[in-house]
Write a protein that binds this ligand. Structure first.
Ligand SMILES: [Zn+2]
Length: 167
C-alpha cells in the first residue's frame, strides 16, 4: 500500500498516511499537494492525481523532541540514519551504550547510538575517551523525520528533501 508523506505548514515532516486519507485532506482543502506521482486514482466520474507529499494548510502543534519516544534498536538506527556514530560506516550496525551498562549507562536516547561492529568491539567496555573514539554528534531523542522513517518500509525518492528538514 502506497503511503503519502504529510508535512506541517512549516514543512516539518509530521507522519505518513494512506493515499485515500491524503485525498480526503486535499478535497477538504486541509492540505496542498507538493509532489505528485504522476499516477491517478479513478473513481466513477473522476480521476485524482495520487500525491506523494502533501502539506497541511493548518499548523499542527507537536512537541519537537519527545524524550518519551519508545526506544528500540530500529528507532536508534532510524534516528542515526543507519550510520555508525563513531566512524560513519553503514555496515554491520549494532546499538552501543556510550556509557557502558557496566558503568551505569542507561537505556536512554542520549546514551544509545548506532555503532558498527568494529567500532563497538574497539570500544568494548571503556568510556569513549579511553577507547580513542569520538561521537560524530551528540545523541538525543529523535526528531520528526526519524519518526516518519520508522513507520515506513520504503522511502520514496521524492520524500528525501523533506526528510532532511530535521533529523
Ligand atoms: Zn564505526
Amino acid at each position: 500500500m502506497r503511503k503519502v508523506l504529510v508535512l506541517n505548514t512549516t514543512y516539518e515532516p509530521l507522519n505518513v498516511c494512506s493515499v485515500r486519507r491524503a485525498l480526503v485532506l486535499l478535497l477538504k482543502d486541509k492540505a496542498e499537494v507538493l509532489e505528485e506521482s504522476g499516477a491517478a486514482l479513478h473513481s466513477e466520474r473522476d480521476a485524482f492525481p495520487i500525491p506523494l507529499v502533501i502539506r497541511l494548510t493548518t499548523y499542527v502543534r507537536v512537541p519537537h523532541r519527545n524524550p518519551a519516544a519508545r526506544i528500540s534498536r530500529r528507532a536508534v538506527f532510524a534516528r542515526d540514519r543507519h550510520r555508525c556514530q563513531y566512524c560513519g560506516s553503514a555496515r554491520h550496525l549494532t546499538v552501543d551504550h556510550v556509557v557502558p551498562r557496566s558503568k551505569g549507562g542507561a537505556d536512554t536516547w542520549d546514551n544509545l547510538v548506532t555503532s558498527c561492529a568494529p567500532c563497538n568491539r574497539k570500544k568494548g567496555d571503556r568510556p569513549l575517551h579511553l577507547a580513542g573514539l569520538r561521537l560524530l554528534r551528540q545523541p538525543q531523542p529523535p526528531g520528526p523525520a526519524a519518526f516518519v522513517l520508522l513507520h515506513v518500509d520504503h522511502v520514496h525518492e521524492s520524500w528525501r528533501p523533506y526528510l532532511s528538514f530535521a533529523s
